[in-house]
Each structure stands twice: as C-alpha cells, then as structure tokens.
Design a protein around this ligand. Structure first.
Ligand code: NAD
Length: 423
C-alpha cells in the first residue's frame, strides 16, 4: 500500500485516521449505525479573526476547534500553533483524542484545535493577543463541562493561562477547569508537564521487556526535543540508556556513547536548536536521525515522519510513538512485515491526557494532590491500559495500534448503545 499524498506531499491525516478506524470497525464487526456516527466529527468550528500587530497593522488568522465525539464525557484535546495546520489534520487529531481517552478509560471525548501560524514570527504581546482572540472565538465551544483545551505543538502553560484568563473574564469569575496544562499558581497539576514523557517511558519499559531488549546500555534515537521529546531524553539518560541521536527542526546530533542530555538542553536553551552542539561526535540531517542504528526509535515531533519512503531503512528494533500520528499506514505495514513492534501514540503518550484529567478533577473540587499521588494514579491508569491493549492484541492477533483502536472503539460503541440516539 502506498501513502496517499495530500497537498503537503504527505498522507492526509484524516484519510489515515479514517482508514485505521474502518479497519478496526471491520475487525469488531461494528454496527452500521455506530460506524456512521463515529466516522464523522460531531462539531467543527472554523474561525477567521483579526489581531493587531505591534506595528499597528491588522492581520487575519484562521483557527479551528473540532470535537470528534463526546459520548463518554466533555471533549478534551490540545491546541497547536503551526503554519501548516488544516481542518483535516485537526479532525484526525480530534478522532485520535477520542480513542486515546477511551483506551485510558478516562471519561472524556476527543477534540483538537489550533491556529494557522508560526508563533516564532510573533512578539510575546502579539502571541498573547492572538491567543486571547482565538479563545474568545472558540468560547462558543470550550468550557469546563463541554470542551477543555491543553498544550500541544508550540503552545505551553503560559498560553493556557491566557486562555483560562480570557474565558474567566467573559464569565466574571475564575474558571480554572476550562484548560489543563496551566501553571500551578492558577490550578495546574503537579506532574502534568512530565506526564506524556512519563507514560512514554512506562510504555517503553514494558515494550522493551516484551521485545527482549535490555534497556541498560541500549541505544535510543529521539526525534523532536520539545516538551515531550526533551523530557523523554532526560528520563532516558537517567536510566543509563544511551541517547545516541536527537533532532529538532535544525537537524540532528549524534554520539555513539550517548549524548549528554543536560548539556544538550542547556545548548538548546541558549541557541534555540540542537545543531551546533559541541558535545556531539557528528551532525545529522533530520532524516538521518530517524535512520541511525538503535534499539528504540522515539518519534516525538510531528505526524507523518515514518513513511513508505524511510520505513524500510529504519535500523531499530522497537518504535515508541511519543508524537501523535508519526507513522503513516504504509510505514505501519512495512514495520509489521519487518517484525518491528510499534507502541501507538494513543497508548504511549496518553499520560498527558490522563494527568489533564486529574488536573480537571482537582480544579472542579478545588482540592489538590501531591506529585506522589499523581504519579501513583497515572501509573495505575497506564498499567491497566497497557495490559488491556496487549490482551486485545493477543485475543484478536492484531498489532498494538489496531488493538488500542479496537479497545477504544468498542468502549465508545458500548456507551453509544446504552445511551441510544436522541431523540
Ligand atoms: P513542542 O512544540 O514542545 O516540540 C516539538 C519539537 O519537535 C521541537 O523540538 C521541534 O523543533 C521538533 N520538530 C518539529 N518538526 C520536526 C522535524 N520535522 N524533525 C525533527 N524535529 C522536529 O511540542 P510537544 O508538545 O513536545 O509535542 C510533540 C508531539 O507530541 C506532537 O505530536 C504532540 O501532538 C504530541 N503530544 C504532546 C503532548 C503535550 O502535552 N505537549 C501530549 C501528548 C502528545
């Protein structure tokens, strides 16, 4: 099977998500009615809005918010600021959020949103004005009981704070539970920042054991050195794993004995990029980083990175998806044929949404837990989800992505059946 190129020369994410859904629905013999309902996003909002730039000029921006399914609870999903974001991408990412929450057995549905913008081209004041206006535009959908945004690519705790403040100003009182991933000072949760990386590490340990890979001394390559990839790399280094390659948009760096991650983080903070790091043996291109010889490959950057073009050349024994949608269906097929297991995004990085759920619960009850309690709860949710996915995989003799989606879709189908179709 080949990839289906979109305008970006890469598979269209919505085509990918629908193809995966159809395959899982076939396996489950899902009823025609539930299948039809889950194949579409429930609500899709496109907003075009003006922002005053620092020089006085007005610039128009386009943003999206999509709620894929809210059968099991309020919609939940990140907000990203990227210059190539499309409605189809947002739909696909929202659908994957529905599956992710259901795999983790969290009472949320799936959503996603974002603005078509490269935020690096904006000043801090422009970024704040853009965020506040976007929050206002999508305020007809978001709310603590309806749809709860969180950080994603190029957004962070500060941006969540501006969304929370904007929403609260419109209500006339503080509504911390309208977003997660916000600063601790305004109702954020301990452990939220590290949560996606923590679940990646948990999935990695379990999957390495299943694949008979000894982690001590193992070589790992990480694509992406942001909120998720940077913390994953730090955790790996703490476990005596050799992080042999790391990349960001500037390219990659390599050291056979393992990169000094704290030093690389300092270099990245100082220069804004990983390339040029003095502690590297050599520089790599972004593409080379994915193809270095390693035991585990962790894509932690963007979607559509492992493709029909490079999947045959990967020199890894295991892939753990920290990013959302990094593997195209064609690459999935190649990796399956090559016997390289892939721990799917909706399981591996789901610690983020699990601790977002804990943050929301804490905000609603205005009663906060310490880090130890958060970690215990996360480990428990993650253990259950990992075991349920492996059980489904064995039972149906399918790979982990298919198993995770089957598990999720069955849970949502059960909820849909028992609720019935209104009216
Ligand atoms: P981020 O903006 O903090 O970091 C993204 C990193 O990827 C940056 O280092 C960037 O330079 C790098 N990158 C972008 N394109 C690249 C390319 N082509 N090659 C190499 N590096 C590239 O974003 P993040 O929050 O770390 O998100 C990364 C991925 O993890 C996304 O797929 C996101 O949806 C997913 N995710 C994020 C969270 C979260 O809570 N932040 C939770 C779960 C999943």
């Amino acid at each position: 099977m080949g990839d289906h190129p979109s305008g970006k020369g890469q598979p269209n994410l919505w085509t990918t998500a629908l193809g995966q859904f159809d395959a899982a629905a076939d396996r489950l013999s899902l009823s025609r009615n539930v299948r039809a309902a889950l194949r579409m996003a429930e609500r899709e909002l496109i907003v075009n809005f003006p922002v005053r730039m620092d020089d006085g000029d007005i610039r128009m921006f386009t943003g999206y918010r999509v709620q894929h399914n809210i059968t099991r609870g309020p919609a939940k999903g990140g907000v990203r600021y990227t210059d190539d974001l499309t409605l189809d991408d947002t739909r696909a990412l929202a659908m994957w959020m529905t599956w992710k929450c259901a795999v983790m057995d969290i009472p949320f549905g799936g959503a996603k949103g974002g603005v078509v913008v490269d935020p690096h081209t904006l000043s801090a004041r422009e970024l704040e004005r853009l965020t506040r206006r976007y929050a206002t535009e999508v305020s007809i959908l978001i709310g603590p009981n309806s749809d709860i945004p969180a950080p994603d690519i190029n957004t962070d705790a500060q941006i969540m704070a501006w969304i929370m403040d904007t929403y609260s100003m419109h209500q006339g009182y503080s509504v911390p539970a309208v977003v997660t991933g916000k600063p601790l000072a305004i109702g954020g949760s301990e452990g939220r920042n590290e949560a996606p990386a923590r679940s990646v590490m948990m999935a990695l340990r379990r999957a390495a054991e299943d694949a008979h890979i000894a982690l001590k001394g193992a070589a790992v390559a990480v694509q992406g050195f942001g909120h998720v990839g940077g913390i994953v790399a730090e955790y790996l280094r703490g476990e005596d794993v050799r992080v042999v390659a790391v990349s960001d948009t500037s390219g990659g760096v390599y050291h056979r004995d393992g990169l000094d991650i704290p030093a690389l983080l300092r270099h990245k903070r100082a220069t804004g990029k990983v390339s040029g790091f003095a502690g590297a043996q050599r520089e790599l291109s972004g593409a080379e980083t994915l193809e270095v010889e390693c035991d585990v490959l962790i894509p932690a950057a963007r979607e559509n990175q492992l493709t029909s073009e490079n999947a045959g050349r990967l020199q890894t024994r295991l892939v753990v998806e920290a990013a959302n949608g990094p593997t195209t269906p064609a690459a999935d097929e190649t990796l399956r044929a090559r016997g390289i297991p892939v721990v799917p995004d909706i399981l591996a990085n789901a610690g983020g949404v699990a601790v977002s759920y804990f943050e929301w619960v804490q905000d609603l009850q205005s009663f906060f837990w310490d880090e130890e309690e958060i970690e215990l709860k996360l480990d428990r949710v993650m253990d259950l989800a990992y075991a349920a996915v492996q059980r489904t995989a064995r039972q149906h003799e399918v790979d982990q992505r298919m198993a995770a989606q089957m598990l999720a879709i069955q849970r949502i189908a059960d909820s849909t059946d028992v609720r019935g179709i209104y009216p």
